[in-house]
Design a protein around this ligand. Structure first.
Ligand code: PLP
Length: 436
């Protein structure tokens, strides 16, 4: 499979370059050359296939023959080594729990797959691959965990000192081995500037193989298509049902993966783009105008995005037609107060504890179902475990959230990060020592 840039559909690169390069240099994002429908025999048998088989078939459909089937099977088995179950919430409403991975958020799926695929792509290289990531929290923990002990790859994570939660810092900075955490005296923007400057610095590029692992890498989206197929397959008689899916969205990678799954033949009608008050996409769906704004802080902070990076991919999938986009996507946004109320009411009536991101998705689904009674089943994605946001959730529900064992383990580990200034010259000196 070749990949083109959304900024220039006539330029193609092979899989290896799309994954290891991450981003085309024309400002676009990579997309697979063809996204065709999968055989209806496959869609019809989803309910009887195991997750590994679904994973391999779906990913092969988007990557072609570049990865041998047996390798792909090893990669998905190792990467997605945790369940993604559907849980019942209310009659007609289910949640797809995507937080059973090691860092308790759905980003584990994309990050763990990307890590193993990159590991495969550099396997025969005599040089080590160095990956730089700037993080404001969640991405860094998924990436640090995903790449841990992947041979041939070294990761350097930069995070702003004092500006991430203790849980996040423990998840990012306690791995050791091939993961180095740098605690930058500065802001998230400083971290991002240091990474971007290094990636185009000729001295650095000449001294080693270097890339980034940010959320726009197509290898993070591709495995996310899988859980949509797997989830629908778990619903009785899904071929004859109207199913809507609500996705809590920030950079819109997760929703884009759903739209790709739909293009591959999965019947979902519609996808619901649920956001907090960073409502750029719901506004676009209403007005046809895409107007990025500076992001606003909310309690669902992994969705505080003012210029959603995957929007270019959504436009590309629909040839920029607002009419076609609004046929497939319904958008809604919610305030922090509404989000807190949803967490409180579901905890009280169902005993189920939502995290703030899942609560936004629940609200979007409810709003849709209220005006569309013909829908048989609504699924909302629960993208993080509530314990990850216990500072918000506990006061709302009035009782403690149980902390899963895998989080507790990392809370007891020692933070190993190295302090560094926000000056590029200091970062460059550090990198040159590391790469050589
Ligand atoms: C990153 C994240 C989101 C947003 O996902 P996108 O693919 O960026 O839209 C939602 N919830 C949680 C918990 C996240 O970490």
């Amino acid at each position: 499979m070749r990949f083109y840039s959304t900024a220039d559909r006539s330029r193609f690169v092979p899989l290896r370059e799309a994954i290891l390069g991450g981003m085309p240099d024309d400002g676009g994002l990579y997309m697979p050359e063809t996204i065709s429908e999968m055989p209806s025999s496959f869609i019809k048998s989803l309910g009887t296939l195991d997750k590994q088989t679904i994973s391999v078939e779906v990913i092969r459909h988007l990557t072609g023959n570049d990865i041998p089937v047996s390798t792909l099977l090893d990669i998905v088995t190792d990467a997605i080594n945790f369940p993604t179950p559907l849980a019942d919430i209310e009659p007609k409403i289910k949640t797809l729990e995507l937080f059973h991975g090691p860092t308790l958020a759905f980003k584990d799926v994309g990050a763990r797959f990307m890590a193993r695929l990159m590991g495969y792509l550099v396997k025969d290289s005599d040089r080590e691959l160095t990956i730089l990531v700037a993080t404001s929290g969640d991405t860094g923990s998924a990436v640090a965990n995903g790449f841990f002990e992947v041979p041939g790859i070294k990761v350097i994570v930069l995070y702003p000192a004092g500006k991430i939660s203790l849980i996040q810092e423990k998840q990012i900075a306690t791995s050791g081995k091939n993961i180095t955490a740098l605690k930058v005296a500065g802001s998230f923007d400083d971290c991002q500037r240091l990474v971007k400057t290094a990636l185009i610095d000729r001295d650095i590029r000449q001294s080693g193989m270097i890339t980034s692992a940010n959320s726009i890498n197509i290898s993070r989206l591709i495995p996310q298509c899988v859980y949509y197929f797997h989830a629908i397959g778990q619903i009785d008689m899904y071929m004859s049902k109207n199913i809507a899916i609500s996705v809590p969205s920030g950079n819109f990678g997760n929703l884009t993966a759903g739209l790709i799954a739909k293009r591959m033949g999965l019947q979902v009608e519609p996808f619901i783009a649920s956001t907090n008050i960073n409502n750029i996409v719901p506004n676009y769906l209403k007005t046809g105008r895409f107007e990025p704004k500076p992001s606003v802080r909310t309690i669902s902070n992994a969705m505080d995005v003012g210029n959603p990076s995957n929007f270019a991919r959504i436009l590309d999938l629909y040839d920029s037609s607002w009419k076609r986009i609004t046929k497939d996507i319904y958008g809604q946004y919610f305030s922090d107060d509404e989000t807190r109320q949803a967490i409180a009411s579901i905890a009280e009536t169902n005993g189920y504890i939502l995290d703030p991101h899942g609560a936004v998705a629940y609200l979007g689904l409810k709003k849709y179902l209220n005006t569309h009674p013909g829908t048989d089943i609504g699924i909302f994605l629960e993208t993080a475990h509530p314990a990850k946001f216990n500072d918000i959730v506990e006061p709302v529900i009035g009782r403690p959230v149980e902390i899963p064992e895998r989080l507790n383990k990392c809370l007891n580990r020692k933070i190993l990060s190295l302090p560094i200034s926000n000056q590029y010259s200091d970062f460059k000196e550090f990198l040159l020592e590391q790469i050589n």
